[in-house]
Design a protein around this ligand. Structure first.
Ligand code: FBP
Length: 569
């Protein structure tokens, strides 16, 4: 009989009882792949759907090979592929922020590539591809990572492959490792990178003149990679929002018990408010801010603050001196006056980068303020130092402001406190601030994410064995068994201004004001503000009835008549 100490030692290195048990969870597969115990690669055929964006003409000029090959037409699974390729060497990498389910994409890929092909892991992310840091993934690796959270098997990074030298280095990696295909598991920026790589590697990589296939897989907890009817949601969103909903539910329960705090909770989601809307729908707190609504209604910072303060006062009059405010991470970029400031700031930082870098830390704000127009300079000067510092921090390699570092929740608390005092100095306003972000990205995937990602891996592998390149794998019909699809990446591109330059990008899908999810939220929110009607959904479940729920916003937006998802027979 082992001692407790011996039992505890066995739980080290990812062997907690929970981790051991989740590895055994069965994963359903779309019926297109045949028997779940032995999924078979599928071939793909054209659907009637052709993608057109406002910049399609410019995209066709810059991505001639990809557009000529796909004609921007969506593909769908069309039966078992009797001619699936053999002997392919496929590299897979994670790109951007982690999201739960990434490991299962790798497992699905390995499974569908089978013994006749080789799967190589790239460490870490695009940087690893540039450096040529690849290793062969074994069946034993798959047994270890299946159904586990995180991207730690391969690591990830945010390098944008953009210089001629970097592209050549990627080509060198392909030649050195004799690659036939690369799978990029990433968000909007990473799939843009995949589109560019697919075009660059289309032909002339190998000695026989052939190219290297590139397939994208839609990942991001932010949920801003979604396409109506084609891509219901990116993976990782369900797990992250269920983790945040548990935490927000706990806080709602706490604040109704201790009766003295307003909790301002910033939730991750760099730009779009999908995460915040979903957590709002799950937990029903007093206030849920939606950045897209702020922009649509051209709400000033003062208006947002006044709205919150009025609710604080209204509830206090009813004896409710507590509450929760959900703040989307990207809010600041959606407030019209802040957006105008940030656009000018980004251009000023890009154009005066060298001079800015030589400024002493203490002089940087003053230096850049001098480069702004009068209105923007005035607004910039009015912001607290803790916000200014973060607005001046380095952008990531895709040119994004690092919104996770900006304490918007603190700014709101300070301003709401002042406004409540102005309205009625007798109203108490105790506050706490939180940021839930990194906590949600790497938990063991929900059943939804576990099954979805495994099938995305099967789809991506099938696309490679069907000889396709320049597509993003997708699985639709998530309440009707699941249907593998392929979305032409070039058909998603538009031109956007980044880093002071026009660039091809896959635009982020923002929360739509006329979406069913937003409509439901708008109908209910006044009631949630007036009284405590919150729900505490508890920890995400992997067994039992609560385990089979898709995100509420996805269910509402896709017209489902229940929260249940169904992949497989
Ligand atoms: P991806 O779009 O790459 O999936 O990243 C999403 C995200 O989690 C955002 O919500 C957040 O703003 C950002 O990553 C944080 O980035 P970092 O991990 O570099 O701090």
């Amino acid at each position: 009989m082992s001692t407790l100490t011996e039992q505890l030692l066995k739980t080290e290195a990812h062997n907690a009882l929970f981790e051991t048990e989740v590895r055994k969870l069965p994963l359903p597969t779309c019926s297109a792949f045949g028997p779940t115990s032995a999924p078979q690669p599928v071939s793909f055929a054209a659907t009637a759907q052709k993608l057109v964006t406002r910049d399609s003409a410019a995209v066709a000029e810059s991505f001639p090979n990809s557009v000529k090959a796909s004609d921007n037409i969506v593909l769908a699974a069309a039966g078992t592929n009797a001619n699936a390729a053999q002997g392919k060497r496929v590299a897979v990498l994670f790109s951007g922020g982690p999201a739960s389910g990434g490991h299962n994409v790798v497992c699905g890929l390995k499974r569908i590539l089978g013994k006749g092909n080789t799967l190589l892991g790239v460490k870490p992310g695009p940087k690893g591809l540039i450096k040529g840091n690849l290793f062969e993934i074994t069946d034993a690796d798959i047994d270890t990572i299946i159904n586990t959270g995180g991207f730690d098997f391969l690591g990830t990074d945010r390098t944008k492959i953009k210089t001629d030298e970097q592209f050549q280095q990627v080509k060198d990696t392909c030649v050195k490792h004799n690659l036939d295909a690369i799978v990029v598991i990433g968000g909007d920026d990473s799939n843009t990178n995949a589109a560019v790589l697919a075009e660059y590697l289309f032909k002339g990589v190998k000695s026989d003149g052939s190219g290297v296939q590139v397939i994208g897989v839609p990942k991001t907890i932010d949920g801003d990679l979604q396409i109506e009817g084609l891509l219901p949601i990116s993976f990782g969103f369900d797990t992250a929002t269920k983790i945040y909903s548990e935490m927000v539910g706990n806080i709602l329960q706490d604040t109704r018990s201790s009766l003295k705090y307003w909790h301002f909770i910033k939730l991750m989601g760099r730009s779009a408010s999908h995460v915040t809307l979903e957590v709002g729908l799950q937990t029903k707190p007093a206030i849920t801010l939606i950045s897209e609504e702020v922009a649509a209604q051209k709400m000033s910072l003062a208006t947002i603050v006044d709205n919150i303060a009025q609710t604080v006062v209204l509830r206090a009059k009813k004896g409710i001196t507590h509450g929760v405010v959900l703040v989307p991470e990207g809010l600041i970029e959606f407030i019209p006056e802040m957006n105008t400031l940030l656009a000018e700031l980004n251009d000023a930082l890009a154009h005066h980068a060298d001079e800015f870098a030589t400024q002493a830390e203490a002089n940087r704000a003053g230096f850049i303020q001098g480069k702004l127009s009068a209105d923007n300079a005035h607004l910039f000067a009015s912001l607290p130092a803790y916000i200014v510092k973060m607005l001046l921090a380095d952008r990531d390699s895709h040119g994004n402001l690092q919104v996770s570092l900006i304490p918007t929740e603190l700014l709101l608390i300070d301003m709401v406190r002042a406004r409540v005092k102005e309205i009625d100095a007798s109203v108490p306003f105790g506050s706490q601030n939180h940021f839930f972000g990194y906590e949600g990205r790497c938990g063991a995937p929900t059943l939804f994410d576990a099954a979805y990602t495994y099938n995305l891996g099967l789809t991506a592998g099938s696309l490679i064995l069907d000889g396709r390149t320049g597509y993003m794998a997708s699985v639709t019909d998530l309440t009707r068994g699941g249907m593998p699809k392929a979305i032409p990446l070039a058909g998603l591109l538009n031109i956007e201004r980044r880093h002071g330059k026009d660039e091809f990008v896959i635009e982020k899908a923002l929360v739509k004001m006329d979406s069913p999810a937003m409509g439901y939220f708008v109908d209910r929110r006044a009631a949630w503000a007036a009284d405590d009607l919150f729900a505490s959904p508890g920890p995400r479940q992997l067994w039992g009835p609560a385990a089979l729920q898709q995100p509420i916003s996805v269910a509402l937006n896709s017209g489902s008549d229940s929260l249940a998802f169904k992949i497989g027979a």
